[in-house]
Design a binder for this molecule. Structure first.
Ligand code: PEP
Length: 670
């Protein structure tokens, strides 16, 4: 039951963050406008310039956090981050609910407008869910393995950043606002001032220079100016009542006359150049505006610029651009609702929006090449929102499934590289064999291997006293011999120590260095191991260098840092010397305990080690480095372990002490 509640909390919190990040990313301009409102309310007007960048940061970070929650990754970090965020936003939204400084908090953009109280309630639920998960962290479901998630995370973030880019450079990929192609502007404009049930709207239709326009009765045009009466149109109350949320677009001309009905009543084509603020309008593509204006005049279409009533900005614009078109004024927020670009274009026909676009989205030569009634620019260019939602979902889900074929190809390439590096099965006899027992074991192994096709290098690392005799015993076989350690010193008064050149003088070719038992019982650290590595390499020995974490480090998730730290000793070597080293990953909790790392756990660390080597040196060296697994490796689990793309063999303790148990491990390399 607790598990089920935890998983539901994880999906709820993850899903909410994903949705809220996504809708903000789709409409980053809307998000930055909302942020601007907040900054203004809290007296941070100086930060207004940052609101566009903040909108991106907010959208991407919410989406990223949503991914972490939803897929149960980096639980500790995501939970604490989520908690901090909710501890900040929950009281803030309570304040918004109590004092209403902004109408809606904008947490789901314009996609789903919540009241401030609804937002507060939502945040309380999210906060409680996060607190529950904090106490049930271990129950959080992790749907994907780490690499799969990492791949998906970056792919999904690229999709979301792409949506942000479209919304910033063009118009939102999905328009959440009511001003969409196919929608009647007349209905939107008169919605909030809709006539009462008994009221009917009367339009009169006039014509001038072959252009027909509709006017409300209270704004009949001057017949002496050339307007001729043509017809009337009556709109019954139920027809003029818009469905859903009403809007309030009110347009004034330079003489402060309301001209909304006149402009939207025009039955012909009307170009609207929209700019919420001419001072900050993008001044690229200005020729495009001039060409469209000239074309509109030529063809007898109406052309207006709708902007904020700011004489200084209008003067500046006219001076900068030589604009001659009539300016109409409207509420800045309303213009921002109509279009997200500054400036942008909208084309109406009979009051209905045919299309809207940022300047760069209009193919002016094509548009101006014919009358609007004879080309597609003169028709409604519908935006299929459901289709776009579908494509966003496809783009977000596809990388999840793309991972498997890519991983397959990656494995194929890796396996090709793998063929190039040596596969090794090495025994570590530890302090278990007398001289005679060691020689007998070596002879037994030699006999067992005789005449067999061996698909890997076979090595036995023996106590010092046996090395020379075992070298002799295995002469003429495929078996290589090594020691289990060597001194960090070259020679001298180090009683009991055995120098690397002494090991080499026996004919041995390998030496195990940094085994966890030496790290644990003899205090071997990186400084000592660097000296030992140099001694071994200087004497032509191949170091089998062991790394691995203890149980606690595996459990607290620090094992990769621990291994990276141990690898630092190797990273003191030149690339040329490093290429002579064999690495052995031996999780300490699996050595001699009967506990084996699962093949996935082992592969994860081996891949991590290889990636770390590639980062430190290069991909070719990483691909050529043999990385062995050690820790309760037996004939029964060796095939599965060795089948992993980054496991190149084993370092074997207990099972190397008998020919019968060692041979099946060697034979695992089919
Ligand atoms: C070892 O000590 O290197 C080792 C891997 O031991 P075991 O195989 O017994 O776990």
């Amino acid at each position: 039951m607790k598990k089920l509640i935890t998983v539901l909390c994880q999906l709820l919190v993850g899903g909410t963050f994903l949705f809220s990040g996504l809708v903000k990313a789709i409409d980053p301009v809307g998000t930055s406008l909302k942020l601007g409102e907040y900054l203004q309310h809290f007296g941070l007007v100086g930060m207004a310039d940052l609101s566009a960048a903040l909108a991106w940061v907010l959208a991407l970070s919410e989406f990223a956090l949503g991914l972490l929650f939803f897929f149960g990754q980096h639980r500790k970090m995501s939970l604490w981050l989520g908690l901090l965020i909710m501890l900040f936003f929950t009281p803030l939204t309570l304040y918004l609910a109590l004092y209403n400084p902004v109408d809606d908090c904008g947490c789901f953009g314009d996609a789903w407008v919540l009241t401030n109280w609804q937002t507060f309630a939502k945040n309380v639920v999210l906060l409680l869910a996060i607190v529950w998960m904090l106490f049930n962290r271990k129950r959080i479901a992790q749907w994907l393995v780490e690499e799969w998630f990492a791949f998906y995370f970056y792919a999904a973030m690229i999709v979301v950043a792409g949506l942000c880019l479209i919304g910033t450079r063009r118009l939102p990929y999905i328009d959440f606002r009511p001003y969409r192609p196919g929608v009647s502007m007349r209905q939107l404009a008169f919605g909030s001032r809709a006539p009462s049930a008994s009221e009917t709207l009367y339009y009169v239709i006039y014509e001038k220079d072959g252009v027909r326009r509709e006017f409300l009765l209270d704004s009949i045009p001057d017949e002496s100016a050339g307007w001729e009466f043509v017809d009337t149109r009556i709109v019954e109350p139920q027809q003029s009542q818009p469905a859903g949320k009403t809007q309030s677009l009110v347009l004034f001309d330079a003489e402060q006359r309301e001209v909304t009905a006149e402009v939207l009543g025009d039955t012909g084509y009307v170009f609207l150049l929209l700019s919420p603020d001419l001072l900050t309008a993008d001044e690229h593509d200005l020729d495009c505006i001039d060409n469209l204006y000239e074309y509109a005049m030529q063809e007898g279409y109406a052309f207006y610029c709708i902007t904020l009533n700011d004489p200084a900005a209008v003067g500046h614009w006219r001076y900068r651009t030589g604009a001659e078109y009539p300016m109409l004024f409207a509420d800045q927020q309303e213009i921002e609702t109509m279009i997200r670009s500054n400036p942008g274009f909208m084309l109406l026909h009979d009051g209905v929006i045919l299309w809207k676009s940022q300047l760069s989205g209009i193919d002016v030569p094509v548009l101006t090449s014919a009358k609007l009634s004879e080309q597609s620019y003169g028709q409604i260019q519908p935006i299929h929102r459901k289709k776009r939602v579908f494509w966003i979902i496809v783009w977000l889900i596809a990388p999840l499934f793309l991972y498997l074929p890519l991983q397959f190809i990656y494995k194929l390439i890796k396996n090709k590289n793998r063929k190039m590096r040596k596969k090794i099965v090495a025994g570590n006899w530890k302090m278990n064999t007398t001289l005679q027992e060691g020689v007998a074991l070596a002879e037994g192994l030699k006999a067992a291997l005789a005449g067999k096709k061996v698909n890997c290098d076979v090595v036995v690392c023996t106590p010092f006293i046996s090395v020379a005799s075992v070298v002799k015993a295995v002469e003429g076989s495929v078996i290589g011999v090594g020691a289990e350690d060597c001194s960090e010193h070259e020679k001298g008064a180090f009683t009991g120590e055995v120098a690397a050149n002494m090991v080499a003088s026996t004919g041995a070719k390998y030496v195990i260095l940094g085994h966890s038992e030496r790290r644990q019982y003899h205090g071997e650290n990186n400084a000592i191991l660097v000296n030992k590595l140099n001694q071994a390499l200087a004497n032509g020995l191949t170091p089998i260098f062991c790394v691995g974490e203890v149980k606690e480090e595996r459990e607290n998730g620090t094992f990769k840092q621990v291994i990276e730290g141990q690898m630092e000793a190797l990273y003191t070597l030149s690339a040329e010397d490093f290429a002579k080293v064999v690495v052995a990953y031996e999780p300490v909790w699996a050595i001699g305990t009967g506990l084996t790392a699962t093949s996935e756990q082992a592969q994860e660390v081996h891949a991590f080690i290889r990636a770390s080597i590639a980062k430190k040196y290069n991909a070719a060296i990483a691909d050529n480095t043999s990385i062995l697994y050690g820790g309760s490796c037996k004939g029964s689990n060796a095939p599965e372990l060795f089948a992993q793309p980054d496991i190149d063999g084993g370092l074997i303790g207990g099972a190397a002490l008998k020919v019968d148990t060692f041979m099946p491990i060697i034979e695992a390399w089919k």
